[in-house]
Design a protein around this ligand. Structure first.
Ligand code: URA
Length: 243
């Protein structure tokens, strides 16, 4: 594939560093370097390679990663997956400049405010659609703590492909339930309907007290990533989602 190129001022603008005028001023002042050489004319086109952050500095610091990032967040309780609601948002954990990136960073699917665990964010629209597309069958695996003991029929009911959720017009695709204790279960689903896990347990007369996403496809939430912590996924980890 051909390496994309971009004007330095446009590239930096798309990464949230500032307007063309601000980038022109920064360039003239010697604040932008590629391979140790100042770029004073920010209209210059450069190749946008994934290793640019190792070769380019802005104000003495490595360039932010160019477009095509996937962020893995261990979402803590109490944060909302939204760009505009009041209160704590998942995007607040990222550097503030990243809020001004174009294309914007969005969550890949959503977790409720009171759900914790594995959440991905990306600026790659194609990847986002591949992960959430029902055709790709990417499993989402949750651990749920329930208010009441399981009745015993839930495994078969969830696997049946016949469970109807209140307000929906078609049954759920088969889902896999693993009983861990009378009030704890691991649930693997391939759809992404609104409040789906909570509504599934409500449909069998139970109530989810705590919900945590452990896994997305072949990618597990790493044990060392504390709630609220995030990091970029490597290309191999991105492939793991579809493994
Ligand atoms: N199902 C839910 O009910 N909530 C989530 O956050 C994710 C799946």
């Amino acid at each position: 594939m051909k390496t994309p190129t971009a004007r330095v001022d446009k590239l930096l603008g798309s990464l949230g560093y500032g307007s063309r005028q601000e980038m022109a001023r920064m360039g003239k002042a010697g604040g932008i370097e590629l391979d140790g050489v100042e770029i004073t004319d920010v209209s210059k086109r450069i190749a946008v390679t994934p290793n640019l952050p190792e070769r380019m500095t802005v104000d003495g610091r490595p360039l932010d990663p160019p477009q095509g990032i996937v962020i893995l967040l261990n979402k803590p309780l109490g944060m909302t997956c939204s760009h505009k609601e009041d209160g704590a948002l998942v995007y607040d954990v990222l550097p503030s400049r990243w809020r001004r990136r174009d294309p914007a960073i969005s969550t890949i699917g959503r977790l409720d405010k009171e759900t914790s665990g594995l959440l991905l964010m990306t600026d790659d629209g194609d990847l986002l659609h591949r992960v959430i597309s029902p055709k790709k069958h990417v499993a989402k695996v949750y651990r749920a703590r329930l208010a009441r003991p399981l009745a015993g029929n839930e495994v078969a009911l969830f696997a049946s492909g016949e469970l109807m959720l209140e307000g929906d017009d078609r049954p759920l695709k088969p889902a896999e339930l693993e009983v861990l204790s009378p009030t704890e279960a691991r649930l693997s689903v391939t759809e992404g309907r609104y409040h789906m896990v909570r509504r599934m347990f409500a449909a069998v007369g139970n109530h989810v007290e705590a919900l945590h996403r452990e896994r997305l496809g072949g990618l597990a939430l790493p044990a060392e990533l504390a709630p609220g912590d995030w990091r970029l996924l490597t290309p191999a980890e991105i492939d793991q989602i579809f493994a």
